[in-house]
Design a protein around this ligand. Structure first.
Ligand code: SF4
Length: 234
C-alpha cells in the first residue's frame, strides 16, 4: 500500500471503554430502547468515515478545552459526575472552578444547518436532560449552585454560540430506565426518534423484553463487539 493509500485509509481504532454507570449522561436524550441496548453491551463497529467524524469532533472538544484553560486558568476538565442512586454518570467537559458561582461548560459541535437552527431557536437541543443532570449533580457534589452553559461551535466556520438550553428533568428518564432494567421489560417505541434508527423494522415487531430486542438485533446484525467492562446494575 502506498503512503497516499495509507493516509486515505487512516481511521481511529474502536474505543471499547465503558463508564462506571449504567446510563450515560450524554445519552439521556436518546431513545430509551437504545440506551437499554447500550447498557447490555450492544455495540457494533462503525464504518471508518463515521469513526473519523466522531474522532475529529472529540479532537475539537479537546482544542476548545485547551483554549479554556489558557483563558480561565483554573479549569477542571473531564470531571466525572455521578448520581449513584440512579446509576447515571458522565464526564463534564469543563468546570470553571474559580468563577462565582462555578460554571460548568458543555461543549457541543454542530454542522451549519443544525447550528443555525439551534441558534435561531428553530431546533430544540437534544441535551436538555444532560444539562439538568450536570446542574443538579454538580451542585450536590460541590455544595453550591452551578451555572451550566452550552458552548456550541459550528464545525466548518468555527463560529461560537451560547445556546440557552432548557433543562429537561433527568430523574423520570433515569427512573424509567432503571425500572425497565430491573423488570427486563421494554419501554414503548419512541417514534419521535425512530426515523434515522437502524432498528425501526425490529421495533415494529411485537417485542416485550430487553432480551427479546437484543436477540432480534443480534439475529439481523450479528454478535456485537465485546466491551472490556460491560455495565452491570450493581
Ligand atoms: S426504532 Fe425507535 S424505538 Fe426502536 S430503538 Fe430505534 S429509535 Fe428506539
Amino acid at each position: 500500500m502506498t503512503i497516499r493509500d495509507r493516509l486515505l485509509s487512516l481511521h481511529p481504532h474502536e474505543d471499547q471503554s465503558w463508564p462506571k454507570s449504567l446510563w450515560r449522561a450524554s445519552g439521556l436524550g436518546y431513545c430509551m430502547r437504545q440506551q437499554l441496548m447500550a447498557a447490555t453491551g450492544m455495540a457494533y463497529p462503525i464504518d471508518t468515515s463515521l469513526a473519523r467524524k466522531f474522532a475529529i469532533r472529540t479532537g475539537a472538544h479537546e482544542v476548545v478545552q485547551s483554549w479554556m484553560v489558557k483563558e480561565f486558568g483554573d479549569v477542571m476538565l473531564e470531571h466525572y459526575i455521578e448520581d449513584k442512586d440512579r446509576h447515571v454518570g458522565g464526564h463534564s467537559d469543563a468546570i470553571l472552578v474559580s468563577a462565582d458561582p462555578k460554571v460548568l461548560v458543555e461543549i457541543k459541535t454542530a454542522q451549519q444547518f443544525y447550528f443555525k437552527n439551534l441558534k435561531s431557536g428553530k431546533s430544540k437541543p437534544y441535551w436538555g436532560a444532560q444539562i439538568d443532570f450536570y446542574g443538579k449533580t454538580a451542585a450536590a457534589e460541590f455544595g453550591e449552585e452551578i451555572d451550566v452553559i452550552t458552548l456550541l461551535i459550528e464545525a466548518a466556520s468555527g463560529e461560537p454560540a451560547i445556546i440557552d438550553t432548557e433543562p429537561v428533568p433527568y430523574e423520570p428518564i433515569a427512573d424509567m430506565l432503571n425500572v425497565c432494567w430491573e423488570t427486563r421489560m421494554l419501554p414503548p417505541v419512541d417514534e419521535a426518534t425512530c426515523r434515522d434508527c437502524n432498528y425501526t423494522h425490529i421495533c415494529n415487531e411485537p417485542l416485550h423484553t430487553i432480551d427479546d430486542l437484543r436477540a432480534a438485533i443480534i439475529k439481523d446484525y450479528g454478535t456485537p463487539i465485546e466491551r472490556e467492562d460491560t455495565a452491570t446494575d450493581e
